[in-house]
Design a protein around this ligand. Structure first.
Ligand code: CA
Length: 229
């Protein structure tokens, strides 16, 4: 397999160079763009395996680049790892809902950034064999969608229907961050809408019922929740 190609989209030259140097050292082929327009052109000309996308760009910003990528069938599947400034949780939420895969907050540690990047590439490389009906085992949590049953370390745990859907949604993609809105869309019933606030309440209930395994349900401050990888 050839080395994955990463397009680094960043207008600040020192960060751009730092990323290019370290990604190359880590075995990636690196391409670079300084503006949103340039990024879109490069993506069209030579689709990368992943786009490392700074959100604060001159001209078309990172969110718009992400939106335009996800609107095109040819570029929709390319994973996006966002680079965001501290305190930009609203942009992170917007980006995730546009289809970005994950994010790293500046100032970042290179070790963390490389780990996230690798995790995103690993997740997208996994064949989509999970049709949502197959039993799932993550850590010591077993989920049986057909029977709507959950066990933790072999012990059955009684959940409400929505708690079950919530757990199943998160645990099907360990490590992925879900925004509250994405969770609402995943668990909402036909009878009444679930609100984002209700998600927080259900998370509290779910954690309690899972006991020690409740710690796998992680809060991502200002953004949403994820199941521990
Ligand atoms: Ca920037």
């Amino acid at each position: 397999m050839t080395d994955p190609r990463v397009l680094v989209v960043e207008d600040e030259q020192d960060i751009q160079e730092l990323l290019a140097f370290n990604l190359t050292k880590a075995g990636y082929r690196v391409d670079a763009a300084r503006t949103g327009e340039e990024a879109l052109r490069r993506i069209r000309e030579a689709p990368p395996d992943l786009v490392l996308l700074d959100l604060m760009l001159p001209g078309i910003d990172g969110l718009e680049v992400c939106r335009l990528m996800k609107a095109q069938p040819e570029t929709r599947e390319i994973p996006v790892l966002m680079l965001t400034a501290k305190g930009e949780e609203a942009d992170v939420v917007a980006g995730l809902e546009l289809g970005a895969d994950d994010y790293v907050t500046k100032p970042f540690s290179l070790r963390v950034l490389l780990a996230r990047l690798q995790a995103v590439l690993r997740r997208v490389a996994q064949p989509a064999t999970d049709d949502g009906a197959a039993p799932l085992k993550v850590h010591d949590v077993e989920i049986h969608p057909g029977r709507q049953e959950v066990t933790v370390a072999g012990q059955p745990v009684k959940l409400t229907h929505r708690e079950f859907l919530l757990l199943h949604t998160l645990a099907r993609r360990p490590g992925w961050v879900f925004t509250r809105n994405q969770i609402v869309e995943a668990v909402h019933g036909d009878d009444y809408p679930v609100t984002e606030r209700a998600v927080d309440v259900q998370i509290v209930g779910l954690r309690k019922k899972l006991g020690a395994a409740g710690e796998y349900v992680e809060t991502v401050r200002g953004v949403g929740y994820r199941f521990k990888e």
